[in-house]
Write a protein of this length. Structure first.
Length: 232
């Protein structure tokens, strides 16, 4: 399970932060700015391969998550964002600091859903975690402050293990690639973020072919090839 949730506390997040104060399994990590929390969650997810969580209060609080969540989503790391919202009874009535988080986060997430009552929360949480992990990106739960302060249901959400699916190329594609490499006189390898998890195989291929190895900046944290590669 994720060890902490990062963010900046606010009235609409009181239900969440109070609940975390009562548990020993997850701690609240206060950051100087919500954007910092989102970028930190992305870095944690990228380095650990596990789900990381950040949170922002209603209005400006969750607006500040945007830059970091776009970065997380484009880097395809599993991050869950809890976007606090105005009281349920005030939604759609031009309430102070009202935004529309479901529209706001649509472009930088695989999943975004509003929780309308406490009974709904465990199932929405499970779906959000599953989307972030299996689709490798951001999932957002929009949580009104009054719902967060309500009594939680007896049924808790089940923890979703961070086991993203493995993509294996077809045998014909592998053979075609091998034939192309064998028939080439000079080969240069440009390895992107899709090579994550294949560090040893990439180095072995470069050694076998005697090929220089390059990688774009986005993949510089994916492959530890400092003695054999150059970042483009």
């Amino acid at each position: 399970m994720f060890p902490h949730i990062g963010g900046v506390s606010g009235d609409s997040l009181n239900g969440l932060t109070d609940s975390l104060e009562r548990t020993d399994s997850i701690r609240w990590m206060h950051t100087r700015h919500e954007e910092v929390a989102a970028f930190a969650a992305g870095a944690q997810a990228a380095s650990s391969g596990k789900l990381a969580v950040c949170a922002g209060s209603c209005g400006p609080g969750n607006l500040h998550l945007i830059n970091g969540l776009y970065d997380c989503h484009r880097n395809r790391v599993p991050v869950l964002a809890i976007a606090a919202h105005i009281p349920s009874s005030e939604i759609g009535l031009d309430y102070f600091q009202e935004t529309y988080p479901q529209e706001l986060f649509k472009e930088c997430s695989h999943f975004v859903e509003l929780v309308s009552n406490p009974e709904q929360f465990p199932r929405v949480l499970e779906r959000a975690m599953r989307a972030a992990i299996s689709q490798k990106g951001v999932a957002v739960i929009v949580l009104p402050g009054d719902v967060a302060l309500s009594e939680s249901p007896d049924v808790a959400a089940k923890w979703i293990e961070a086991t993203p699916p493995a993509v294996v190329p077809a045998d014909n594609d592998l053979q075609s690639m091998a034939d192309m490499l064998n028939d080439s006189k000079a080969v240069t390898l440009l390895c992107g973020a899709g090579c994550a998890g294949a560090h040893e195989q990439i180095l072995a291929l470069a050694d076998t072919l005697g090929a220089p190895l390059f990688m774009p900046y986005v993949a510089s944290s994916t492959l530890n090839t400092t003695t054999r590669s150059t970042s483009a």
